[in-house]
Design a protein around this ligand. Structure first.
Ligand code: NAD
Length: 361
């Protein structure tokens, strides 16, 4: 395949982790006979420094013209960086919000996987963590409470704030379809999370998800209330495959799920639109405290690239190869500083990238 990938190295550790991920992708392309065309664009602080704005129209056009976008991370130290003296709509993060909007990315995917070799970092009791877990949180990203009408008023001298939570059936259907499609590529189970005992928006959510489920007889659907889901994530995380949920519930649950893995440098993410197009980036930020020191863990970005191979390009074999390389390198005892433990060999960002590329088969 001939694949056009627009890269956003971004700020902080972004350029380091993206460079290592390109190394791994080049190796995949070499072994499996693909041609990759990378083009870098500026976003975030890097774009502010050159263009005065966190994202230019030209950069958006280049992202749109690609088959997928691979991003490092953006932003600086929020207390000391001059980028944070700018008005909010000119700061680094505004670039990412604008890009997500321009690309119509409505589905956010965050896997939370506990690797055997890193089980020690899991904060759960061993009797729970020993079962392992490998789940994916599918969060609706452009609707719900965060995008509803909001206002603060004063009535009879009392201040009152109003936020509205709205979903229409089309918004629910398109994310449900993504959730079932992806569950079909995994272990075939969707847990749809809502608060249908209280909220109308959740009752509609449940109905539409059930309609979509009829088109996927090979995928099992269960419903779970969000409060129960928050408990089940720490009580029995092994039960989950795909968790499908609306924007605010997904925001909270995906952070909870990532915390139970215990390793921020390992967490991938993807945001998709209704074609095969997606933006792939690690869940962590730009880690300005370790930027330029060759100590960052590139694995979250490499695993995001594996998601890109799987979900944007349908290259499952190649995605499996990248994920297997990550497991192999961990099994051999190589660790970056953030996941280092006794008896292992500590390596830098660049060496980790080379080890991963070498283990692609
Ligand atoms: P952060 O995720 O950058 O860092 C939190 C801690 O985890 C730090 O100690 C950091 O050194 C460590 N860490 C993060 N990624 C690591 C990696 N790959 N390898 C090793 N250690 C790693 O969060 P923060 O410090 O709150 O934010 C820093 C900047 O990143 C801010 O400007 C924030 O707005 C931005 N941010 C960007 C994104 C994004 O680009 N999507 C997401 C979150 C935060």
């Amino acid at each position: 395949m001939d694949l056009k990938i627009t890269c956003i190295p971004g700020d902080g550790i972004g350029p380091e982790i993206v460079a290592e991920t390109k190394k791994v992708l080049e190796r995949v392309a070499e072994i499996y006979g693909h041609k990759l065309h990378f083009e870098d664009i500026l976003m975030g602080g890097a774009s502010i420094d050159v263009h005065g704005v966190p994202l230019t129209e030209e950069a958006v056009e280049k992202a749109k013209a690609a088959d997928a976008v691979l991003m490092g991370s953006i932003g600086g130290d929020t207390t000391t960086s001059p980028w944070y003296q700018l008005p909010p709509d000119r700061r680094p993060e505004a670039g990412l919000l604008a890009l997500r909007k321009a690309l119509n990315l409505f589905a956010n995917l965050r896997p939370a996987v506990l690797y055997d070799e890193l089980a020690g970092a899991c904060p759960l009791k061993e009797e729970i963590s020993k079962a392992g877990f490998d789940m994916l949180i599918m969060r609706e990203l452009t609707g719900g409470l965060y995008f509803g009408e909001r206002k603060t008023v004063e009535e009879n001298g009392v201040r009152k704030a109003i936020d509205t939570l709205t979903y229409d059936e089309n918004e629910i259907r398109r994310i449900a379809v993504k959730g079932f499609d992806i569950a079909g590529k995994r272990r075939g189970k969707v847990t749809s999370v809502d608060k249908a005992n209280v909220l109308d928006s959740s009752r509609l959510w449940r109905k539409v998800v059930e309609e979509v489920a009829k088109e996927y007889p090979h995928v099992t659907l269960e419903h779970m209330l969000v409060d129960n889901c928050a408990m089940q994530l720490v009580k029995d995380p092994a039960q989950f495959d795909v968790i499908l949920t609306e924007n605010m519930f997904g925001d909270i649950l995906s952070d909870e799920a990532s915390m139970v893995t215990g390793s921020i440098g390992m967490l991938a993410s993807a945001s998709l639109n209704d074609s095969k197009f997606g933006l792939y980036e690690p869940s962590h930020g730009s880690a300005p405290d370790i930027a330029g020191k060759d100590v960052a863990n590139p694995i979250a970005t490499v695993l995001s690239a594996a998601m890109m191979l799987r979900y944007s390009f349908d290259l499952d074999r190649e995605a499996d190869a990248v994920e297997a390389a990550v497991k192999q390198v961990l099994k051999e005892g190589y660790r970056t500083r953030d996941i280092m433990s006794e008896g292992c060999t500590q390596v830098g960002c660049s060496e980790m990238g080379s080890l991963l590329a070498d283990r692609i088969v």
